[in-house]
Design a protein around this ligand. Structure first.
Ligand code: TYD
Ligand code: MG
Length: 462
């Protein structure tokens, strides 16, 4: 039988099929399989011959003798980015920055390029998406541009060998990987085969030269790196940029990090002059708060290893005809439905016949169950029209039996709350004996939390 000369490759997840299918069996997406020629699987060779002595020998060494510090990190000069990277860029490493269009990937990579050019040696910025003039305009908005920062609008990977050889950059930024093309593969730029092959060539070159490589990649609306899901195993670090384009907050998370933890989160705001690192996120998220409004409760959540105060808002309104509406923003619908059922069962208030809206302020998404108690209190506060006292926050997971369950790092959360004037925090009663920070008020279950609200929060005066 003749060998098939092409395969069908899913543009969403990279699954390969011998023949065309309407629906990808890998990810379930419709009409994403594209025909691609077979081949190009040969080992990626560096674009530029590695410097003498740089080649790896096949000899095994004692692990104990390996110097873990032999790859010093280069601080990027952007504190929040260094935090997510685990201290800085590792020479020879490959970092993928993913995010939706317009979220700020180009802005971040250009700021990074300018900063590294000042501190860490030559940077080559390759722009396949925008013209050099556009990049220049953007760079001007972002502040002073180092004169030596190199930019190229080349999209043929092979052509990058020349500047790489001539300038020996210590950092190469590719914005974006989907715009590059290599002669080794015939399909169009942005196809899975192209993206994979270009990234493999570039990363082989970066590794053999000790260059840090930063790849920017788009993410589809479903939230996967378009095509480049196939890249995730090839790179050392995957950073994802999140945020609601309507708000200035941007979160940078490491979803994979071979050189550090994936726990850290970098917090930025997008302003007139690009991305600015946020040192005190809680203050920012609470800036527009209206104390004294019912249906609002503050919760200290953990973003990475940092406690951040967020405001949970709820609005409970009498339902019209038909089924009651449930709308949530920034928090899982299922979680809110569960809390409503628990409140209905374990407290005196009736919510099931009401329309319910829940919102996390600032366009952030909360997935920590520690926010449960605050959501429950916000719902009760709105339903009863009783604003929580201004110095009160809440933190705890709510179980199906109505019990308030323990959460981690309570001391850290309480201190952050106290620092911003929330001197009293409702917490799971079970952890009271372990907490050293002041201000903890223990509650056993949701019913008790609602009773606390009734006793301590007078109805709103209108
Ligand atoms: P961009 O970095 O081009 O996004 P991506 O590369 O992820 O597609 O960011 C685009 C948005 O950021 C755009 O809507 C304009 C805004 N922006 C600012 O608000 N301030 C700035 O200084 C810059 C450069 C961009
Ligand atoms: Mg861009």
């Amino acid at each position: 039988m003749a060998k098939p000369r092409s395969v069908y490759c899913c543009t969403e997840c990279g699954t390969q099929q011998p023949r065309y299918l309407g629906r990808c069996p890998g990810c379930g997406a419709w009409e994403t399989l594209l025909e691609e020629p077979v081949g190009g699987e040969a080992e990626a060779v560096p674009l530029v011959a590695p410097p003498p002595g740089g080649a790896k020998s096949g000899k095994a060494v004692a692990l104990a003798d390996v110097d873990a510090d032999s790859s010093p990190r280069v601080a990027t000069g952007i504190g929040e980015l260094d935090r997510v990277l685990g201290g800085g860029l590792v020479p020879g490493s490959v970092v993928l920055i993913g995010g939706e269009p317009g979220i700020g990937k180009s802005t971040l990579s250009l700021q990074l390029a300018a900063q590294l050019e000042r501190d860490a040696g030559h940077v080559l910025y390759v722009t396949g998406e925008e013209s050099l003039a556009q990049v220049r305009l953007r760079a001007e908005r972002l502040g002073e541009i180092p004169r030596s920062l190199l930019a190229s609008s080349e999209t043929r990977v092979e052509a990058l060998a020349k500047p790489w050889r001539e300038h020996r950059p210590s950092v190469v930024v590719i914005d974006s990987i989907q715009t590059l093309r290599t002669e080794r593969v015939e399909s169009a730029a942005g196809s899975v085969a192209q993206v994979r092959e270009c990234a493999a060539l570039l990363s082989a070159t970066a590794k053999s030269h000790g260059t840090a490589l930063i790849l920017v990649g788009h993410v589809t609306k479903e939230g996967t790196l378009a095509g480049p899901r196939v890249l995730e195993h090839l790179v050392d670090v995957v950073l994802t940029f999140e945020g609601d384009r309507g708000t200035p907050f941007r979160l940078l998370r490491a979803t994979k990090n071979r050189f550090g933890s994936t726990q850290e989160v970098g917090i930025f705001t997008m302003g007139e002059k690009g991305l600015i690192a946020v040192e005190n996120p809680s203050e920012l998220f609470l800036a527009e708060r209206h104390p004294g409004a019912p249906g609002s409760c503050i919760v200290p959540v953990m973003e990475g290893t940092r406690p951040v105060l967020l405001e949970m808002q709820a609005l409970v309104a009498p339902a019209g005809y038909g089924t009651a509406r449930r709308t949530t923003v920034g928090i899982d619908d299922g979680r809110v439905a569960l809390l409503l059922a628990v409140l209905d069962r374990h407290s005196e208030i009736d919510l099931l016949s009401c329309d319910v809206y829940v919102n996390v302020v600032g366009g952030v998404r909360v997935s920590e169950p520690a926010a449960d108690l605050a959501v429950a209190l916000a719902l009760a506060s709105s339903r009863l029209d009783r604003p929580l006292p201004q110095d009160v926050a809440a933190c705890g997971e709510v179980g199906l039996g109505g019990e308030v369950r323990r959460v981690g790092r309570l001391d850290q959360r309480l201190r952050e709350a106290g620092r911003l004037g929330f001197g009293r925090v409702l917490v799971p009663a079970g952890v009271l004996s372990e907490v050293t920070a002041p201000g903890a008020i223990g509650v056993e279950n949701v019913g008790q939390a609602v009773r606390w609200l009734l006793e301590n929060a007078p109805p709103r005066k209108v």
